[in-house]
Design a protein around this ligand. Sequence first.
Ligand code: FMN
Length: 325
Amino acid sequence: MENLSTKYLGLSLKSPLIVSSSRLTSTLGQLKEAEDNGAGAVVLKSLFEEQINYYVHSVSSTPGYPEADDYLANYIQSNSVDNYLDLIRKAKKNLNIPVIPSINCFSAGGWMEFARHIAEAGADALEINVFFLPVDRKKNSAESEKLYFELIESLKKSVKIPIALKIGFRFSNILYLIDQFYNRGIEGVVMFNRFYEPDIDINKMDIIPASILSSENERRYVLRWIGMASAQDIRIDISASTGVHSGQDAIKYLLAGADTVQVCSVLYNKGLEHLKTMNRQISDWMSLKGFKSIDDFRGKLNYVNYQKPSVFERTQFMKYFSSYE
Ligand SMILES: Cc1cc2nc3c(=O)[nH]c(=O)nc-3n(C[C@H](O)[C@H](O)[C@H](O)COP(=O)(O)O)c2cc1C
């Protein structure tokens, strides 16, 4: 096996593959299984801002989401914050790989003070998944994005461990946003989250959730931005997420400049043991190409290192469509 070790958020990982936040990372048994199968790190299933608020203030409803009350009340009861802190402590005691808890939030609210408890429980870093839907047509994009900056500024005051922000790709200028994260001391960015999206069942004439698991062709929404973000002259770590189903997929993101690669859907389909196959696929490819370390090829095909950076740009768009018969 080649040397797959890498650095992420200042932590040493023995593989660039991270099991991303989901129910697959919600018990000590699963976390141990992930480690045994070669995960470089684990991101725990998210604790929701609503759960923390409930815990801190003992409120049972979320303003603006009254229809979510019953569901939320049940969810909060069966997924208590104490259990979460306990899972972090146990994971730290039993695992040798970095343990990264995750908080899913939608505001720069009072939950942030609580993040300190997560750090005190022994977390190596913290991933923040901001699920804020800009649905107010009177608010411009700069106003919406301000939420992220306020959130980071407050969070940085209460938490000293490294922070990665997990974001979606629908921003007017992702590179600007990442630059602003970096200026505010954020250590990493997860590109990208895959949000819940609605679909329509035309037989039932009803709204249903779109596929919860990703497909490999969703990488097309991610690759350009990794290639461009990793080429900036700032040192913010990049963890690629969405559509990684094999070692070969992970190699593509590493070549585009990602520091680590997160995996979720394929592990639901194939089990955590698929990590072993993926590490093997990366190692075999490295042997074939003569690379001795991940750093030997990371970013080789990003916006600054590729000989024709225009492939990431508009001119390519013109060629692409005019050449298709
Ligand atoms: C069943 C399921 C549960 C998930 N739960 C969370 C979560 O709690 N927090 C989070 O940040 N992302 C969550 N995600 C998103 C994944 O971490 C990941 O970013 C997304 O699925 C894209 O990666 P993939 O293409 O490898 O699946 C979940 C995904 C799935 C499929």
